[in-house]
Design a protein around this ligand. Structure first.
Ligand code: CP
Length: 331
């Protein structure tokens, strides 16, 4: 287990999309409570960046002079690399801190580590940590802007935004009247929470389904409908997202076997055929092929898995640009 969290790093109240709510803040801690107009503005900005990024050799100096530290206390492929590429495309000064091989192994705490890093005149910190609430905690203790790149079981706001952008394209920008299924371990999924907050704010219906041990008690408070079977969740849906099975949940007794999971909750061609024509399949990655998603679904025409990755780069450009603008405004 990563020893990054010491007693003085105790999780704080989680916090939400501070910069999006305030309009001039520097932090993005979550999508909970972010107003509809702010979400739509950010999606529009990401769509513009996506067009620019499709231009060969496109590079900008929009973030020239802004120093960004990507602080990853937990493994990542998509999120870390796309933040790094976004920072490079926008001309920022940037560095990436990875927990393994750092002085955390000598007992330095997360907060002390970030104090060290931000003392090197860092303006923005992109942080991933297994502890829910760590970005909110850092936002209170550091002068830099904090962007949550995934915190424990709380939120993954840039993943939520890239999922919204992917669905916006599939749904011609109209979320009202749309029905979206999220299948799997909802209780422990920061991806599901950010998607639910964003989709509900934009007016889509969210239906969740999964093993009963992995459906949160507060599902209805989140504004979701709970389905008891995957077929019920997918029937007539405009899209579905399979969540990654976290194998450690099996050790905790919350799941039976991978085979049993695939049989009851896996996305198969037969199951996705129950959705509406034009419906799309999302997965945040990394995928367990043959478990939560069949290979022919992952690679099928309905799959938007790699579109999500492309959109992730554009969304991260938009979020970094907004946060940097807020720094320029002196918030
Ligand atoms: N979706 C996601 O957060 O992927 P990574 O863990 O690879 O960043």
């Amino acid at each position: 287990m990563n020893r990054a969290v010491q007693m003085d790093d105790a999780p704080a109240p989680l916090g939400a999309g501070v910069f999006l709510q305030a309009g001039n803040g520097r932090h993005l801690l979550g999508l909970d409570g972010v107003p509809r107009e702010s979400l739509l503005d950010l999606l529009a900005s990401a769509a513009r960046y996506r067009e620019k990024l499709r231009t060969p050799r496109w590079i900008s100096d929009e973030l020239r002079g802004i120093a960004i530290c990507n602080a990853f206390f937990e493994d990542s492929t998509r999120t870390r690399v796309s933040f790094e590429l976004a920072e490079q495309r926008l001309g920022a000064i940037h560095t990436t801190f990875i927990a393994s091989g750092s002085s955390l192994s000598k007992g330095e705490t997360m907060l002390d580590t970030l104090r060290v890093l931000t003392s090197m005149r860092v303006d923005l910190v992109v942080v991933r940590h297994r502890s829910s609430g760590s970005p909110a905690f850092l936002a209170r203790h550091l002068g830099a802007g904090i962007i949550n790149a995934g915190d424990g079981e709380h939120e993954h706001p840039t993943q939520g935004l890239l999922d919204l952008l992917t669905l916006s394209d599939a749904w011609n920008g109209r979320f009202e009247g749309r029905r979206f299924g999220i299948i799997g371990d909802i209780t422990h999924s920061r991806v599901a929470r950010s998607a639910i907050f964003g989709l509900r704010t934009l007016g889509a219906e969210v239906v969740i389904a999964g093993p009963p041990t992995l459906i949160p008690a507060e599902a209805e408070t989140l504004g979701c409908t709970v389905a008891t079977t995957i077929e019920e969740a997918m029937h007539g849906a405009d899209g579905v997202m399979a969540l990654r099975i976290q194998r450690e949940r099996m050790e905790g007794g919350l799941l039976a076997t991978l085979g049993e999971y695939a049989r009851l909750w896996g996305l198969t061609r037969e199951r996705i055929a129950q959705m509406r024509p034009g419906a799309v399949v999302l997965h945040p990655g990394p995928m367990n092929r043959g478990v939560e998603i069949a290979p022919d679904v992952a690679d099928g025409s309905e799959s938007r898995v790699l579109t999500q990755v492309e959109n992730g780069l554009a969304v991260r450009c938009a979020v970094l640009a907004r946060a940097a603008a807020a720094i320029g405004e002196g918030s």
